[in-house]
Write a protein that binds this ligand. Structure first.
Ligand SMILES: [Zn+2]
Length: 346
């Protein structure tokens, strides 16, 4: 058993093969995936009608300003405005973030009514990829945890990760603030906590694994949740994080044309440096940091002057391979496994 675990962690080809299996641009092609999941029909700018033509920004009374949520530095150089939201670069920690974010009440209302994204996540081609991605992360975490099988999934959404974990004999609990999602999780027989982590009274050591699949980029104050995760995890517990990678090749090429930018919901854009800094500040040591999902289709399209997300350009260069992209941490998502370091958060 131990032998198998070591093999899995060290076998680069096996890991790459498993990553490629949930990389939609390689499996079904970018344009087809975007059409079949309904991404092409999504409303791209839900707050367009609130943009002040004088400033090109969302009306000021709907927003509030913030400093860098990782290092606390005041807003640095402005990079661009996307959909009415100003994106800035923190020169101290390398985070790219939205400096004027929607007020909490507007954001809450938005998420309560937001249904389009849920239908994307529930689409069959998306689910097929997600299940393989979730399985990959779960196996990676299990390799460090051995026989301990208790997990908390923060921001559980449709519950597909929790259901997969339960099928694989994990005791899995969901945390989900969206009331409608929480209700449907409960009706699927999943135990749900409908409170934020800092308001729930979870005892330290209750879970050996805490997962946050595409959560941290949405949070106004990512440190608050990480403080609580650190408090709850046992010494050998594992935190699994997946976030969009602003250091990815696709984002470096597309800049504001990248779908990852849309300031109403994606507030923080991490790369290797800023995510490492955040985790270290909050008392975690990193066990694994890698990228998944190349978005090679969008890269090939852009380099061939085609629409990045709906074009069907052939490969641009034989040197642009998944292997090459992931070796440089240029994939579109950062996948991190961390555990509490043997010191308190600063
Ligand atoms: Zn910073």
């Amino acid at each position: 058993m131990k032998e198998t675990r070591t093999e899995w962690l060290k076998d680069a080809q096996l890991r790459l093969d498993r990553k490629n299996a949930f990389d939609a641009s390689l499996v079904v092609g970018t344009a087809r995936f975007n059409r079949d999941t309904g991404r092409d029909r999504m409303v791209r700018q839900p707050f367009a009608k609130f943009i002040d033509p004088a400033t090109n920004l969302i009306q000021l009374d709907m927003t509030r300003s913030r400093v860098c949520p990782v290092c606390g530095a005041p807003p640095g150089r402005a990079l661009f405005v996307k959909d009415g939201f100003r994106h800035v670069h923190c020169e101290s920690c390398d985070l790219i973030y939205v400096s004027l974010i929607l007020r909490e009440d507007i954001l809450t209302q938005y998420w309560r009514e937001e249904m389009v994204w849920k239908s994307v996540l529930k689409s069959e081609p998306q689910l097929e990829m997600d299940i393989l991605k979730f399985g990959y992360g779960l196996d990676l975490a299990a390799a460090y945890l051995g026989e301990e099988r208790d997990l908390l999934d923060i921001g559980a959404g449709n519950g597909d990760f929790v259901l997969l974990a339960q099928e694989r004999d994990w005791r899995a609990v969901a945390m989900e603030l969206n009331l409608e999602s929480a209700a449907s999780l409960e009706s699927a027989g999943i135990k749900v906590i409908v409170k934020s982590l800092e308001l729930s009274d979870i005892a330290p050591g209750s879970f050996s694994l805490i997962t946050m699949w595409e959560v941290l980029e949405h949070l106004t104050e990512p440190k608050t949740i990480l403080y609580e995760v650190h408090r709850i995890l046992p010494e050998n517990g594992i935190l699994l994080i997946l976030v969009p990678n602003v250091g990815s090749l696709v984002t470096r090429l597309l800049h504001e044309r990248s779908d990852t930018f849309g300031g109403h919901s994606h507030l923080n854009h991490f790369n290797q440096a800023s995510l490492t800094k955040l985790l270290n500040l909050m008392g975690f040591e990193i066990l694994e940091m890698e990228t998944v999902i190349t978005e090679l289709g969008a890269i090939n399209n852009y380099l061939s002057f085609a629409d990045p997300y709906l074009g069907e350009a052939p490969p641009f260069s034989p040197t642009l391979t998944p292997d090459f992209i992931h070796e440089n941490l240029w994939g579109s998502r950062l996948l991190v496994l961390a555990r509490p370091a043997k010191r308190d958060p600063s």
